[in-house]
Design a protein around this ligand. Structure first.
Ligand SMILES: C[S@@+](CC[C@H](N)C(=O)[O-])C[C@H]1O[C@@H](n2cnc3c(N)ncnc32)[C@H](O)[C@@H]1O
Length: 257
């Protein structure tokens, strides 16, 4: 049986365009995102918003004063909608179709990169996520900041039993043959009408992932540890863990707060 591929990911997000568009125009940034962005991004930073979707974080970062920002997304329909929303927000943000695994930008183009709302973990296969992180590292300047979120399979007690059973399935070779590694799931989503692929790591895995790609972990927190998001945010997004990392060999004091 064929494993999950990039085409599956595009299809899953195609079905979510209306939903992401409403999230972009009606809700905007989560309180947790606002906190992290304002803490770690300087208003003069050149920012790559990777997996920008319909531009939820892009437009609202722009409104916060981050003017040097580009949005890139794999799914053409997301980019089409983001470009249309430039009229709604009266902006001229550069939105481009592109794949995190093969970015069109030169080395050290951006001082910061953002991959919000668990987008990095919607890339199937650890090999591909490694490629994406190498690309992000390549296009960041020395001391550049990378901000992203993931789910965390070791936090939510309601899923402990599922993960125990899933671990057994992988150990005995009875896992879903569509999947690549333990932590992968194909599940229903709040935002897409079809099932979505997502990799759900634990903290250890993400820490190793960052270190092995020359990033230093600066801060991580589970969203609900610090923020009670609005019902509108919670209705469209589940719990997640924030990760703030910096390209290694860098000055750790560059954040504004
Ligand atoms: C959960 S959505 C988040 C969209 C937007 N950042 C937001 O917060 O509303 C994840 C996005 O990542 C994009 N994506 C997935 N794999 C990608 C890749 N390899 N390169 C670029 N974008 C990708 C999807 O097309 C989708 O729009």
């Amino acid at each position: 049986m064929k494993k999950i591929a990039a085409e599956f990911v595009k299809d899953q997000y195609r079905s979510g365009v209306e939903n992401y568009s409403a999230f972009t125009t009606e809700v905007g940034l989560w309180d947790s995102e606002k906190y992290v962005f304002q803490k770690y991004l300087k208003s003069t930073d050149s920012i790559l918003d990777l997996g920008c979707g319909t531009g939820r974080t892009t437009f609202h970062l722009h409104q916060l004063g981050y003017q040097d920002i580009i949005g890139v997304d794999l799914t053409p329909e997301m980019i089409d909608r983001a470009q249309e929303l430039n009229h709604h927000f009266k902006t001229h943000i550069d939105f481009r179709e592109g794949d995190a695994l093969n970015l069109e930008f030169a080395e050290e183009t951006f001082q910061a990169a953002v991959f919000s709302f668990n987008g990095l973990m919607s890339i199937p296969d650890q090999k591909n996520r490694n490629k994406a992180l190498m690309e992000i590292n390549r296009v960041l300047t020395d001391s550049g900041t990378f901000i992203f979120t993931t789910h965390d399979r070791e936090v939510a007690p309601e899923f402990f039993e599922f993960w125990k059973e899933e671990e057994q399935r992988w150990k005995s070779g009875n896992q879903d043959p569509l999947l690549f590694e333990f932590g992968d799931v194909v599940a229903s989503s709040k935002n897409e009408s079809r099932d979505i692929f997502i990799h759900i790591p634990n903290q250890n895995e993400v820490q190793n992932f960052l270190v092995s790609h020359c990033f230093e972990l600066i801060e991580t927190f589970y969203r609900s540890e610090k923020f009670e998001e609005s019902p509108a945010v919670k209705a469209k997004s589940g719990e997640c863990r924030f990760w703030i990392a910096q390209k290694k060999g860098s000055d750790l004091t560059r954040g504004s707060g």
